[in-house]
Write a protein that binds this ligand. Structure first.
Ligand code: BTN
Length: 326
């Protein structure tokens, strides 16, 4: 068994919520107590709250809301096809990329922890065990990359709508791929692609949603928040996952059929920086102006002042936007 499979098995056995001794776990998995202890330490290092009581063994801390395949698939009802619920993976994007052409549209992988979670621009995505939601969905586009323009914006709209449906209001989109609540980042989207010789391609839509973060995180370099801080009542992580999966599948189906145009007004209605003075950084260049909406391809429109001193609408396809304090 691979080390990650062993850890997955330990979590599964402990999920029954009983104390299990190192010996019992070892017997179950065919290894020594010392080996079990090493794997438990590894799980604790990825953020899983397992405690040990001398003479009784190991137990998962109470209140851990473990992802459950049966719960998620029953919430998805008859549409539950293509659902992988994993414990520890490198990155859910990597998992869905394996044999991707054999996977049908809407196939999704959700994990408890990622050891190599990736954000945009080569950043790491903080992915401790059980704290957040890490998921990736596959969608194939027969017409290739050009059929995908604006996709990440449509995904942002889908995530906002899913949160609204769950009673978590106030989520807004930040161009191109972030979700904010109260001006703090609550989710991010990383879309990777695989292209094929027949001109078609597959999108791997990776979403990281902060669910319940620890308070003492020093590794995140921007203001962040999480869903539990904005929910009126306790939210079930499995329900949030099911709602998002359902929304993403529906959104991707509509997007494939009719493109980004149908989402443009919805995106603009949720635009966190609408009519604010922003700075867009693209490589070494910086552009300052008033953020307007987006065009039909998902490019951000900023009203900049041109060399002649007159306002001019410029369309940006890439870059990082921040609000400029005036
Ligand atoms: C960003 O805002 O930088 C994008 C973050 C995307 C993170 C998600 S978590 C699930 C999927 N797997 C990854 O490795 N990254 C994405």
């Amino acid at each position: 068994m691979k080390p990650t499979d062993i850890k997955n098995e330990i979590v599964k056995l402990l999920s029954a919520n009983e104390f299990l001794s190192g010996e019992e776990l070892g017997d179950e998995l065919g290894m020594s107590r010392a080996a079990i202890s090493k794997h438990v330490k590894g799980l604790q290092q990825v953020g899983l709250d397992i405690f040990s009581v001398p003479g009784r063994g190991y137990k998962l801390a109470s209140g851990i809301d473990i992802l459950c395949y049966d719960k998620i698939s029953s919430m998805l009802g008859s549409h539950a096809g293509g659902l992988d619920v994993c414990n520890i993976v490198s990155s859910t994007n990597d998992i869905v990329k394996e044999d991707i052409r054999l996977k049908s549209n809407g196939h999704v992988c959700i994990a408890e922890a990622q050891t190599d979670g990736r954000g945009r621009r080569g950043r790491q995505w903080y992915s401790p065990f059980g704290a957040n939601i890490y998921m990736s969905m596959v969608w194939h586009f027969e017409n290739g990359f050009q059929a995908m323009s604006g996709l990440s914006l449509a995904i942002g709209v889908a995530l906002c709508e899913a949160l609204d449906d769950l009673g978590i209001t106030g989520a807004q989109v930040k161009w191109p791929n972030d979700l904010l609540i109260a001006n703090k980042k609550v989710a991010g989207v990383l879309i990777e692609t695989e292209g094929y010789s027949d001109g078609s391609c597959s999108a791997i839509v990776g979403c990281g949603i902060n669910f319940k973060m620890a308070d003492d995180i020093a590794t995140i370099d921007q203001p962040w928040t999480d869903l539990t801080s904005h929910a009126n009542e306790q939210v079930d992580r499995n329900l949030v996952v099911a709602k998002i999966v359902e929304k993403l599948r529906r959104t991707l189906g509509c997007f494939e059929r009719d493109g980004f145009g149908q989402f443009k007004a919805l995106w603009e209605a949720k635009h966190a920086f609408a009519n604010k003075t922003v700075c867009l950084t693209s490589g070494m260049n910086k552009f300052v102006g008033v953020a307007k909406g987006v065009d039909h391809s998902g490019a951000l429109i900023i009203e900049c002042i041109n060399d002649a001193g007159t306002p001019e609408l410029q369309h940006f396809h890439g870059g990082e936007v921040s609000v400029r304090s005036v």
